[in-house]
Design a protein around this ligand. Sequence first.
Ligand SMILES: [Zn+2]
Length: 149
Amino acid sequence: MNVCFTPDSNGSVIANLQVKPILLEQVKEAQKLDEKLVKLTREVQNGGKLDFTLTEDGVLFYQNMLCIPNDDKLRRKIPNETHISPYAMHHGGTKMYQTSKEHYWWNGMKRDIAEFISKCLVCQQVKAEHQVPVGLLHPCRCRNGNGRE
Ligand SMILES: [Zn+2]
């Protein structure tokens, strides 16, 4: 599938957006089911909401960010793909939010990402390893050695 973006009137860099075509297609379909985004789309078509743009395909962007509709599946899928990609490698919440907000936009994204990370088993494990109290890092060997032959 060949997805071609047209830069908006500001000549901004929508064309550089690295969103997988499949994901984009899903977002596009789901945008039509989100009342708020449908309303925004109409306002953009009527020349309002200058922060928002529509691609030729009719996909709604907020500045250069893809508007993610209120769809639980998508809002879980995106953090998942961003978080476990070879480039992200389980970045923490702040870093991940910084990366995500370059590409995606939705109300409560920061909160959703924080929640996503709080449920990521790999992150929890890493965090736990870093948070072991100093006293527990080196268990007393004499105790471990006692009682054995
Ligand atoms: Zn993680």
